[in-house]
Ligand binder design. Structure first.
Ligand code: PMP
Length: 306
């Protein structure tokens, strides 16, 4: 991902060209590592870059490390410094995406070792995606979402994204913009890198966390915003594929996806096949929140430059 001139490696800022991975490391051989994708939003009025829900992302990184039994070598404060030092070293003054990764990068480690753990942070500018305005077409994947009792999606493990790749390539070959996974029970799970909401008869719903999905931070943010700005409570429950065909509106959400409308599934229009009013209003309240254009939820924004 990185366009960054500088990255942080194990707490030190170094030129990105010097950040290399050893081919014999368990990270390179087996994908043994976990990560978080984050965003920082530039607010020109405040002349400030705000990282959105940094603490929650780092808490989830630690959960992912715990599940893979990676040694807990870094405090939240040290992880936070990895991200913030990287941004400041690059002097980013635009909206950016970032990634922090914890992995087994020592060539002498085996697949079952717990450390040493390398921690890297990198970033790059990230303009708004055109799908935010136009919405996207989705296709139901024939690949099942990996199950919680096989390769749990509840953690952001690098190897999970092999399942994502299969679905993404299949969707592209079928002429769709994005894939939607069903799980082994045939219920809607999520997209390869984003969770899903639908709106039916004015009622938002999203697959419950027992549907083999990531407990998305954006999903949580949007449930707050739907309640606070549109007086709507979201039901977390099983969602059938056919409910998306029958829905008035549907969207994908995630740190990168933000609030991306789904205008059709499998060639069947969602609602009237255009972006619906609840989704549009939610996009606005989300962007106002992440950028700090709205003063609400200041606790979710970490200012980078002080
Ligand atoms: N599901 C998966 C599999 C993801 O990779 C992501 C992106 N992190 C999401 C959902 C959205 O999660 P979040 O809102 O925390 O970015």
């Amino acid at each position: 991902m990185t366009d960054a001139t500088y990255v942080t490696v194990n707490g030190k800022v170094i030129p990105s060209a010097e950040a290399q991975i050893n081919i014999a490391s368990p990270a390179a051989k087996y994908g043994i590592g976990v990560f978080e994708g984050l965003r920082g939003y530039w607010n020109a009025d405040d002349e400030q870059l705000y990282v959105f829900r940094l603490r929650e992302h780092l808490a989830r990184l630690k959960q992912s490390m715990k599940l893979l039994r990676l040694d807990d070598e870094y405090t939240i404060e040290q992880l936070e410094a990895c991200v913030l030092d990287m941004i400041r070293a690059n002097d980013f003054k635009t909206t950016i995406q970032m990634r922090i990764t914890a992995l087994l990068d020592d060539p002498d480690s085996s697949r079952t070792d717990n450390g040493p753990v390398g921690v890297y942070a990198e970033g790059s500018p990230c303009p708004p995606h055109p799908f935010m305005r136009s919405g996207l077409t989705a296709g139901t994947s024939s690949w099942a979402r990996t199950a919680d009792n096989a390769l749990p999606v509840r953690i952001k493990c690098n190897a999970n994204y092999v399942n994502a790749r299969l679905a993404e390539l299949e969707a592209r070959a079928g002429g769709f913009d994005r894939a939607i996974f069903l799980n082994n029970r045939g219920k809607v799970s999520e997209g390869p890198g984003a969770t899903l909401f639908l709106i039916r008869n004015g009622q938002p719903a999203t697959p419950s966390p027992s549907n083999d999905l990531l407990e998305s931070i954006t999903r949580d943010t949007l449930m707050h915003l739907l309640r606070e700005t549109q007086d709507m409570d979201t039901r977390e429950r099983d969602v059938d594929r056919t409910e998306i065909y029958a829905a008035d509106e549907a969207f994908l959400c995630g740190t990168l996806a933000e609030v991306t409308p789904i205008i059709s599934l499998d060639g069947i229009p969602v609602g009237d096949g255009t972006v619906g009013p609840i989704t549009r209003a939610l996009q606005k309240s989300y962007l106002d929140t992440v950028t700090g254009a709205s003063a609400d939820h200041a606790e979710w924004r970490t200012p980078v430059y002080v």
